[in-house]
Design a protein around this ligand. Structure first.
Ligand code: SAM
Length: 284
Protein backbone atom coordinates (compact mmCIF):
# COMPACT_ATOMS: atom_id res chain seq x y z
CA UNK A 1 0.00 0.00 0.00
CA UNK A 2 1.29 3.47 -0.96
CA UNK A 3 1.58 5.73 2.08
CA UNK A 4 1.91 9.43 2.89
CA UNK A 5 3.21 10.99 6.04
CA UNK A 6 0.35 12.12 8.26
CA UNK A 7 -0.65 15.66 7.38
CA UNK A 8 -1.43 16.31 11.06
CA UNK A 9 2.05 17.68 11.83
CA UNK A 10 5.76 17.44 11.12
CA UNK A 11 6.44 15.49 14.33
CA UNK A 12 3.70 12.92 13.80
CA UNK A 13 4.91 9.37 13.50
CA UNK A 14 1.72 7.87 12.02
CA UNK A 15 1.41 7.05 8.37
CA UNK A 16 -1.75 7.16 6.32
CA UNK A 17 -2.79 5.68 2.99
CA UNK A 18 -2.20 7.56 -0.24
CA UNK A 19 -5.42 9.31 -1.44
CA UNK A 20 -7.60 6.99 -3.50
CA UNK A 21 -8.99 8.48 -6.70
CA UNK A 22 -11.56 5.70 -6.91
CA UNK A 23 -12.98 6.74 -3.53
CA UNK A 24 -13.07 10.43 -4.49
CA UNK A 25 -10.50 11.34 -1.86
CA UNK A 26 -9.81 15.05 -2.19
CA UNK A 27 -8.99 16.04 1.36
CA UNK A 28 -9.78 19.50 2.68
CA UNK A 29 -6.65 21.33 3.80
CA UNK A 30 -7.85 24.96 3.82
CA UNK A 31 -8.51 25.92 7.45
CA UNK A 32 -10.67 28.91 6.46
CA UNK A 33 -13.01 26.64 4.48
CA UNK A 34 -13.13 24.07 7.31
CA UNK A 35 -14.05 26.92 9.67
CA UNK A 36 -16.75 28.24 7.33
CA UNK A 37 -18.35 24.79 7.06
CA UNK A 38 -18.26 24.48 10.86
CA UNK A 39 -19.86 27.90 11.26
CA UNK A 40 -22.56 27.02 8.72
CA UNK A 41 -23.38 23.83 10.62
CA UNK A 42 -22.89 25.26 14.12
CA UNK A 43 -22.97 21.88 15.95
CA UNK A 44 -24.50 21.88 19.42
CA UNK A 45 -23.54 19.86 22.52
CA UNK A 46 -27.07 18.41 22.73
CA UNK A 47 -27.19 16.88 19.25
CA UNK A 48 -25.86 14.07 17.07
CA UNK A 49 -24.03 14.94 13.87
CA UNK A 50 -23.53 12.39 11.11
CA UNK A 51 -20.40 12.83 8.99
CA UNK A 52 -20.13 10.94 5.70
CA UNK A 53 -16.54 10.19 4.64
CA UNK A 54 -14.36 11.65 7.42
CA UNK A 55 -11.25 10.91 5.33
CA UNK A 56 -8.22 12.11 7.31
CA UNK A 57 -10.43 13.90 9.82
CA UNK A 58 -10.17 17.52 8.62
CA UNK A 59 -13.78 18.23 9.58
CA UNK A 60 -14.05 15.46 12.17
CA UNK A 61 -11.56 17.07 14.59
CA UNK A 62 -13.36 20.42 15.03
CA UNK A 63 -16.75 18.66 14.90
CA UNK A 64 -15.75 16.51 17.88
CA UNK A 65 -14.97 19.63 19.90
CA UNK A 66 -18.47 21.03 19.42
CA UNK A 67 -21.00 18.27 18.77
CA UNK A 68 -22.48 16.19 21.58
CA UNK A 69 -22.13 13.03 19.50
CA UNK A 70 -20.53 12.42 16.14
CA UNK A 71 -21.18 9.35 14.00
CA UNK A 72 -18.70 9.11 11.12
CA UNK A 73 -19.19 6.65 8.25
CA UNK A 74 -16.02 5.90 6.28
CA UNK A 75 -15.87 3.32 3.49
CA UNK A 76 -12.09 3.13 3.21
CA UNK A 77 -10.89 0.32 5.47
CA UNK A 78 -7.34 1.65 5.27
CA UNK A 79 -8.36 4.91 6.96
CA UNK A 80 -10.15 3.31 9.92
CA UNK A 81 -7.04 2.47 12.02
CA UNK A 82 -5.62 5.94 11.33
CA UNK A 83 -8.85 7.66 12.40
CA UNK A 84 -9.21 5.33 15.39
CA UNK A 85 -5.73 6.27 16.60
CA UNK A 86 -6.07 9.97 15.83
CA UNK A 87 -9.31 10.28 17.83
CA UNK A 88 -8.64 7.55 20.40
CA UNK A 89 -9.46 9.78 23.38
CA UNK A 90 -12.73 11.05 21.95
CA UNK A 91 -15.67 9.42 23.74
CA UNK A 92 -18.26 11.25 21.61
CA UNK A 93 -17.12 9.61 18.34
CA UNK A 94 -18.69 6.51 16.81
CA UNK A 95 -16.63 5.46 13.80
CA UNK A 96 -18.42 3.15 11.37
CA UNK A 97 -16.67 1.37 8.51
CA UNK A 98 -19.42 1.14 5.93
CA UNK A 99 -20.65 2.16 2.50
CA UNK A 100 -22.89 5.21 2.87
CA UNK A 101 -24.83 4.08 -0.20
CA UNK A 102 -26.23 1.07 1.63
CA UNK A 103 -26.05 2.12 5.27
CA UNK A 104 -29.22 2.54 7.29
CA UNK A 105 -28.30 5.92 8.75
CA UNK A 106 -31.31 6.01 11.06
CA UNK A 107 -29.93 2.84 12.60
CA UNK A 108 -26.30 4.00 12.97
CA UNK A 109 -27.20 7.30 14.69
CA UNK A 110 -29.00 5.44 17.51
CA UNK A 111 -29.75 6.10 20.34
CA UNK A 112 -30.40 9.49 18.68
CA UNK A 113 -33.68 9.67 16.80
CA UNK A 114 -32.57 12.52 14.59
CA UNK A 115 -29.30 13.94 13.31
CA UNK A 116 -27.88 16.63 11.07
CA UNK A 117 -25.44 15.66 8.33
CA UNK A 118 -22.17 17.19 7.24
CA UNK A 119 -19.94 15.95 4.44
CA UNK A 120 -17.41 16.75 1.81
CA UNK A 121 -18.89 14.11 -0.46
CA UNK A 122 -16.86 11.86 -2.76
CA UNK A 123 -17.53 13.42 -6.18
CA UNK A 124 -18.16 10.25 -8.16
CA UNK A 125 -21.11 9.15 -6.00
CA UNK A 126 -22.21 12.46 -4.44
CA UNK A 127 -25.68 12.56 -6.01
CA UNK A 128 -26.33 8.89 -5.23
CA UNK A 129 -25.42 9.50 -1.57
CA UNK A 130 -27.57 12.63 -1.52
CA UNK A 131 -30.59 10.71 -2.85
CA UNK A 132 -29.99 7.93 -0.36
CA UNK A 133 -29.88 10.44 2.53
CA UNK A 134 -33.08 12.12 1.35
CA UNK A 135 -34.78 8.70 1.21
CA UNK A 136 -33.94 8.35 4.92
CA UNK A 137 -35.23 11.85 5.72
CA UNK A 138 -37.42 10.76 8.64
CA UNK A 139 -34.35 10.79 10.91
CA UNK A 140 -32.49 13.76 9.33
CA UNK A 141 -33.32 17.44 9.75
CA UNK A 142 -30.56 19.32 7.92
CA UNK A 143 -27.50 18.68 5.76
CA UNK A 144 -24.48 20.88 5.01
CA UNK A 145 -22.81 19.25 2.03
CA UNK A 146 -19.92 20.01 -0.25
CA UNK A 147 -20.48 18.87 -3.83
CA UNK A 148 -19.15 19.82 -7.25
CA UNK A 149 -20.22 23.37 -8.10
CA UNK A 150 -21.83 22.17 -11.31
CA UNK A 151 -23.87 19.57 -9.37
CA UNK A 152 -25.07 22.24 -6.92
CA UNK A 153 -26.15 24.35 -9.90
CA UNK A 154 -28.16 21.41 -11.21
CA UNK A 155 -29.70 20.68 -7.82
CA UNK A 156 -30.82 24.28 -7.28
CA UNK A 157 -31.91 24.94 -10.89
CA UNK A 158 -35.40 26.48 -10.98
CA UNK A 159 -38.05 25.66 -13.58
CA UNK A 160 -37.09 26.94 -17.05
CA UNK A 161 -33.36 26.67 -16.37
CA UNK A 162 -31.56 24.41 -18.84
CA UNK A 163 -29.77 22.86 -15.82
CA UNK A 164 -33.02 21.53 -14.38
CA UNK A 165 -33.41 17.76 -14.31
CA UNK A 166 -34.82 14.89 -12.27
CA UNK A 167 -32.44 15.62 -9.36
CA UNK A 168 -33.56 19.30 -9.15
CA UNK A 169 -37.22 18.30 -8.87
CA UNK A 170 -36.45 15.46 -6.43
CA UNK A 171 -34.41 17.70 -4.10
CA UNK A 172 -36.93 20.55 -4.34
CA UNK A 173 -39.71 18.17 -3.27
CA UNK A 174 -37.96 17.19 -0.05
CA UNK A 175 -35.59 20.02 0.85
CA UNK A 176 -35.28 23.77 1.08
CA UNK A 177 -31.86 24.56 -0.38
CA UNK A 178 -29.45 27.42 0.17
CA UNK A 179 -26.15 27.65 -1.65
CA UNK A 180 -23.62 28.93 0.87
CA UNK A 181 -20.27 29.47 -0.89
CA UNK A 182 -17.89 28.21 -3.56
CA UNK A 183 -14.60 26.45 -2.83
CA UNK A 184 -11.55 26.58 -5.10
CA UNK A 185 -9.64 23.42 -6.11
CA UNK A 186 -6.60 24.74 -4.20
CA UNK A 187 -8.45 24.13 -0.90
CA UNK A 188 -7.98 20.35 -1.30
CA UNK A 189 -5.15 17.88 -1.53
CA UNK A 190 -4.94 16.44 -4.11
CA UNK A 191 -6.64 19.36 -5.90
CA UNK A 192 -9.67 18.31 -7.95
CA UNK A 193 -10.07 19.62 -11.50
CA UNK A 194 -13.27 21.52 -10.72
CA UNK A 195 -14.69 24.02 -8.21
CA UNK A 196 -16.94 22.87 -5.38
CA UNK A 197 -19.84 24.52 -3.55
CA UNK A 198 -21.25 24.11 -0.07
CA UNK A 199 -25.00 23.64 0.04
CA UNK A 200 -27.40 23.72 2.97
CA UNK A 201 -30.43 21.44 2.65
CA UNK A 202 -33.25 21.60 5.20
CA UNK A 203 -35.49 18.56 5.06
CA UNK A 204 -39.10 19.62 4.67
CA UNK A 205 -41.64 18.17 7.12
CA UNK A 206 -43.90 17.45 4.12
CA UNK A 207 -44.00 17.76 0.35
CA UNK A 208 -44.80 21.33 -0.74
CA UNK A 209 -47.16 19.92 -3.40
CA UNK A 210 -50.19 17.73 -2.90
CA UNK A 211 -49.32 14.19 -4.03
CA UNK A 212 -50.47 10.94 -2.44
CA UNK A 213 -48.45 8.48 -4.52
CA UNK A 214 -44.82 9.66 -4.35
CA UNK A 215 -43.58 6.58 -6.22
CA UNK A 216 -45.81 7.51 -9.13
CA UNK A 217 -44.56 11.11 -8.99
CA UNK A 218 -40.95 9.95 -9.50
CA UNK A 219 -41.97 7.59 -12.30
CA UNK A 220 -43.66 10.48 -14.11
CA UNK A 221 -40.76 12.93 -13.54
CA UNK A 222 -38.24 10.32 -14.64
CA UNK A 223 -40.22 9.54 -17.81
CA UNK A 224 -40.67 13.27 -18.48
CA UNK A 225 -36.90 13.85 -18.46
CA UNK A 226 -36.04 10.63 -20.35
CA UNK A 227 -35.03 12.49 -23.53
CA UNK A 228 -34.26 16.09 -22.70
CA UNK A 229 -34.68 17.41 -26.25
CA UNK A 230 -38.14 15.92 -26.60
CA UNK A 231 -41.39 17.51 -25.43
CA UNK A 232 -43.13 16.32 -22.30
CA UNK A 233 -45.85 14.93 -24.61
CA UNK A 234 -43.41 12.72 -26.52
CA UNK A 235 -41.66 11.56 -23.39
CA UNK A 236 -44.92 10.62 -21.64
CA UNK A 237 -46.14 8.87 -24.81
CA UNK A 238 -43.00 6.74 -24.68
CA UNK A 239 -43.08 6.16 -20.92
CA UNK A 240 -41.92 2.71 -19.84
CA UNK A 241 -44.35 0.14 -18.45
CA UNK A 242 -46.21 0.20 -16.09
CA UNK A 243 -46.53 4.00 -16.34
CA UNK A 244 -47.35 3.69 -20.04
CA UNK A 245 -50.44 1.61 -19.20
CA UNK A 246 -51.51 4.02 -16.44
CA UNK A 247 -51.29 7.00 -18.82
CA UNK A 248 -53.17 5.08 -21.51
CA UNK A 249 -55.94 4.17 -19.08
CA UNK A 250 -56.41 7.91 -18.44
CA UNK A 251 -56.94 8.69 -22.12
CA UNK A 252 -53.31 9.00 -23.19
CA UNK A 253 -50.53 11.58 -22.72
CA UNK A 254 -52.17 14.33 -24.74
CA UNK A 255 -55.47 14.31 -22.78
CA UNK A 256 -53.62 13.96 -19.49
CA UNK A 257 -51.45 17.04 -20.15
CA UNK A 258 -54.41 19.03 -21.43
CA UNK A 259 -56.40 18.25 -18.28
CA UNK A 260 -53.40 19.18 -16.14
CA UNK A 261 -53.22 22.48 -18.10
CA UNK A 262 -49.67 21.80 -19.24
CA UNK A 263 -48.91 22.85 -22.83
CA UNK A 264 -48.13 19.76 -24.92
CA UNK A 265 -45.08 21.37 -26.52
CA UNK A 266 -43.29 22.17 -23.26
CA UNK A 267 -40.13 20.39 -22.19
CA UNK A 268 -39.76 18.77 -18.77
CA UNK A 269 -37.22 21.38 -17.61
CA UNK A 270 -39.93 24.11 -17.75
CA UNK A 271 -42.32 22.36 -15.34
CA UNK A 272 -42.63 23.45 -11.74
CA UNK A 273 -43.06 20.93 -8.92
CA UNK A 274 -46.74 21.86 -8.60
CA UNK A 275 -47.27 21.19 -12.33
CA UNK A 276 -45.69 17.74 -11.96
CA UNK A 277 -47.99 17.19 -8.99
CA UNK A 278 -51.01 18.29 -11.06
CA UNK A 279 -50.22 15.62 -13.67
CA UNK A 280 -49.72 12.93 -11.03
CA UNK A 281 -52.94 13.75 -9.16
CA UNK A 282 -54.89 12.99 -12.34
CA UNK A 283 -53.29 9.54 -12.44
CA UNK A 284 -53.77 8.62 -8.78
N1 SAM B 1 -14.10 14.68 4.94
C1 SAM B 1 -12.75 14.57 4.42
C2 SAM B 1 -12.21 15.94 4.05
O1 SAM B 1 -13.05 16.85 3.87
O2 SAM B 1 -11.02 16.08 3.93
C3 SAM B 1 -12.68 13.64 3.23
C4 SAM B 1 -13.55 14.02 2.05
S1 SAM B 1 -13.25 13.05 0.59
C5 SAM B 1 -13.84 14.17 -0.64
C6 SAM B 1 -14.55 11.83 0.58
C7 SAM B 1 -14.46 10.77 1.67
O3 SAM B 1 -15.56 9.87 1.49
C8 SAM B 1 -13.21 9.93 1.61
O4 SAM B 1 -12.70 9.76 2.90
C9 SAM B 1 -13.68 8.58 1.05
O5 SAM B 1 -12.90 7.47 1.48
C10 SAM B 1 -15.09 8.52 1.61
N2 SAM B 1 -15.99 7.66 0.85
C11 SAM B 1 -15.94 7.35 -0.48
N3 SAM B 1 -16.95 6.54 -0.81
C12 SAM B 1 -17.67 6.34 0.32
C13 SAM B 1 -18.84 5.59 0.61
N4 SAM B 1 -19.48 4.88 -0.32
N5 SAM B 1 -19.29 5.59 1.89
C14 SAM B 1 -18.66 6.29 2.87
N6 SAM B 1 -17.55 7.02 2.64
C15 SAM B 1 -17.06 7.06 1.38
Amino acid sequence: MKKDRDASGPHSSSFIPHPSKRLGQNFLTDQRIIQRILEALDPRPDETILEIGPGRGALTAPLLDKAGHLVAIEFDRNLIPFLGEKFSGKKNLKLVQSDALVTDVCDVIRPAKQARVVANLPYNISTAILQRLIEQRHCLSEMVLMLQKEVVERITAPACSSERGYLSVFVEAYCETEKLFDVAPSSFRPAPKVWSSVLRLRLRPQLPAEVRDEKLLWQVVSAGFAQRRKTILNNLRNAPAPLHEIVKSHGGASILLCQAEVDLQRRAETLTLSEWARIVRLLE
